[in-house]
Design a protein around this ligand. Structure first.
Ligand SMILES: [Fe+2]
Length: 293
């Protein structure tokens, strides 16, 4: 009865915990039933220039590492601004996850900032739109700090391999704020193709008790990790690539953006995280207005 009620009131909340086929059916139906939404976003996508700084993502892999000179130049101002913020922040703050401390509160994210400008740049949006197949919702911006810990006996939460639950497909963008070596604990992932095989074979879902998987169950799949210079970018479909992070022996800093589709499972329950406050700003730039749809 409760499930039936939830299904009527907020079907996305029900679909997010189901298996792959149900999630796919929900997402495709939501898209089919929203022609106006799709049309608005098609128009927004058409207005994007295609600067060709970032390469498109191969859907079989579901992720991409980009570290060309022009990419490092693209991210430089946002990286510098992030470090300006980090230096003014008390890194000893206690957060719910000891291995992942988001350093920005909602009010720290300003409309006129290098970080926001990068998140809404045509360079990123064109790649994200191409991959998701629709002009996205910018859902989350933050700086993540993972304190280095030399001896880690047991991993927990997102330190274990999992899929993210927010959408049928999504992109997280990780911008390296320090040169990333293996000891910094860069995000490890398994290609979308291999991840799907596991999902279908074991009817994987993101219910709390099933979400995180021990490494021992994934030994047959290749783990991918990208080491690289400060300013490098990793784009990853964390709904479709098993991933884990924060296994850091040395301090790790990341600038993180998250893009969802308008048919995300979490759309209603997490509205305050959708950066709506920025859209209400009086000084809204033309480029940010594109999100006010
Ligand atoms: Fe995750």
């Amino acid at each position: 009865m409760k499930t039936l009620f939830n299904l009527l009131v907020n079907p996305g909340q029900v679909a997010r915990y189901q298996n792959h086929s149900v999630k796919k059916l929900y997402w495709k139906s939501a898209k089919f039933l929203s022609p106006f939404e799709v049309h608005k976003r098609e128009k927004a996508a058409l207005q994007l220039s295609n600067p060709k700084v970032l390469e498109d993502i191969n859907p079989k892999i579901g992720a991409s590492f980009q570290n060309s000179k022009s990419v490092i130049a693209l991210t430089k101002k946002a990286v510098d601004e992030s470090w300006h913020i980090i230096k003014q922040t008390d890194l000893n703050i206690t957060k719910s996850k000891s291995y992942l401390k988001p350093l920005l509160s909602k009010d720290d994210i300003k409309i006129q900032s290098a970080i926001t400008n990068l998140a809404i740049s045509d360079e990123l949006l064109s790649v994200v739109t191409n991959y998701l197949g629709i002009f996205p919702i910018l859902y989350y911006i933050n700086i993540w700090f993972t304190p280095g810990k030399e001896n880690q006996n047991e991993y927990q939460g997102s330190q274990l391999f999992h899929l993210d639950h927010e959408d049928y497909k999504q992109l997280k963008v990780f911008i390296y704020l320090n040169d990333m070596e293996i000891d910094h604990g860069p995000t490890q992932y398994i290609s979308a193709e291999n991840s799907k095989e596991y999902v279908l074979r074991f009817s994987y879902n993101t219910k709390q008790q099933n979400k995180n998987i021990p490494d021992s169950q994934l030994t047959k799949y290749k783990k991918i990790v990208h080491l690289g210079k400060k300013g490098s970018i990793v784009l990853m479909d964390t709904s479709n690539c098993f991933h884990c992070g924060g296994r850091s022996k040395k301090d790790r800093f990341l600038l993180v953006f998250q893009y969802l589709t308008p048919f995300a499972f979490v759309k209603k329950s997490y509205q305050d995280r959708r950066l709506l406050h920025l859209l209400k700003s009086r000084e809204l730039s033309t480029s940010f207005k594109r999100f006010a749809i």
